[in-house]
Design a protein around this ligand. Structure first.
Ligand SMILES: Cc1ncc(COP(=O)(O)O)c(C=O)c1O
Length: 393
């Protein structure tokens, strides 16, 4: 079987990170990795904060956050006035859910490719308000057209108060046709929240082109920002209704400041986040995207090959820029969340490789990412050693 050639490495890129060189870090998607320059920038801001906390918090911090927000929103192709910085996508989704003021009889519709913690948040908000949630099953092999049809048929105008779809799904690494899904929901008057946790830095799509009512994305994954840096983008007609999870002193300032200002927190990550974009731009955004997607595709093929998965049975991500790819595990392996966690830990301990493992609809999947610090040899090594590890059970 011929495996596609891996991409040319980006020389020196690994040295930008402080990752343990004895480990293959093949799971950038879960928690990202912060370049050393970004860590240093955040540390400098922390030093400034600790040199005079009163001055740091009371003299200009709100404006500095607004400045960082405008810069980050512009990179995302979002309206800066409709963008709030938040700690992470999980929090951003919770802000939207509790701002909707759901009532008994309302429903929130999701798909079975959605992120687990967001699904738990939907469940809690529904339990609290008397609304219900409905999960639409979408086969892994569904085409974009089929996917849009499933979602269109699954909405109940007048009852469905929110549709949540993921731009790039976590358990299945599948690119959803978000603009088409938003358009289908809009025909029926259903608002849409797009969970774009992986989009910033990885996907070329702008937030404006998705056209969602609510768009939430992490900058701390593929945009090299310090952890705790995410964006909540809200369409104009909803902005007045958005309430923060925690009310603080900027409550009367309205959106977005009332959402951003959450009392005494460490905001230095947001202020350092532009250095992440600077790093990405210095490497070349398009070059990084092409490299990472090609490397993930290479990894999928070599590991899939080692596990005896025919190339046509390797799930297609749905677009060229996707830097996360799935490899189906043998039937019966890692089919539950506990078994998936156990296998992930075993691969880390025994093979020195950090990967994501998830059970989805009765099948276990390995998810491999590509990043500028990865090399083809890391996937080759995993491919050589994984079959034996799985055979030992
Ligand atoms: C699709 C999706 N949504 C939400 C999240 C949650 O991100 P965070 O932990 O930053 O809130 C993730 C994290 O991997 C994700 O993949």
């Amino acid at each position: 079987m011929t495996v596609p050639r891996p991409p040319e490495p980006i020389p020196g890129a690994r040295l930008l990170f402080s990752l343990d060189p004895s480990v293959s870090h093949l799971n950038h998607g879960s928690f990202g990795a912060v370049p050393i320059a970004v860590q240093r920038a955040q540390q400098r801001l922390r030093d400034e904060m600790e040199s005079n906390p009163l001055r740091f918090f009371t003299q200009g911090l709100v404006d500095r956050i607004a400045h960082a927000r405008r810069h980050l929103a512009t990179f995302l192709g979002a309206d800066p006035d409709g963008t709030a910085l938040v700690g992470n996508v999980t929090a951003a989704a919770a802000v939207v859910l509790q701002s909707l003021a759901l009532r008994p009889g309302d429903e929130v519709v999701t798909t079975d490719h959605g992120y687990g913690a967001v699904a738990l948040s939907v469940a809690r908000e529904c339990a609290r308000t008397g609304a219900v949630s409905r999960t639409l099953p979408v086969p892994l092999s569904a085409t974009d057209e089929e996917l849009v049809e499933i979602v269109r048929d699954g909405l109940r105008p007048g009852r469905t108060r929110l549709l949540i779809v993921d731009q790039l799904t976590s358990p299945t690494a599948r690119l959803f046709p978000t603009s088409a899904l938003v358009a289908a929901a809009r025909e029926q008057g259903v608002p849409v929240l797009v969970d774009a946790a992986h989009a910033p830095g990885m996907l070329p799509t702008t937030v404006a082109s998705v056209g969602a009512d609510f768009w939430v994305g992490n900058l701390h994954k593929w945009a090299y920002a310090p952890r705790g840096t995410a964006a909540l983008v809200v369409a104009e007609r909803w902005r007045g209704r958005i309430q923060p999870l925690v009310v603080s002193w900027e409550q009367d300032a309205g959106f977005p400041t009332r959402v951003e200002w959450q009392a005494t927190l460490d905001y230095t990550g947001w202020l350092a986040a532009p250095v992440g974009l600077f790093t990405l731009r210095s490497l070349g955004v398009d070059r990084v995207r092409a490299h990472n997607a090609a490397l993930a595709a290479y990894g999928q093929r070599v590991v899939g090959d080692a596990l005896g998965v025919a190339p046509e049975r390797l799930p297609e991500p749905g677009g060229p820029a996707v830097a996360m790819r799935l490899v189906p595990l043998p039937p019966g392996v890692a089919t539950t969340m506990d078994a998936a966690r156990e296998l992930r830990a075993r691969i880390a301990d025994r093979l020195g490789a950090e990967v994501s493992v998830a059970g989805w609809n009765g099948r276990g999947y390995l998810r491999l990412c590509g990043q500028v610090y990865n090399t083809p040899e890391e996937y080759d090594r995993l491919a050589v050693r994984l079959p034996t590890l799985l055979a030992r059970g």
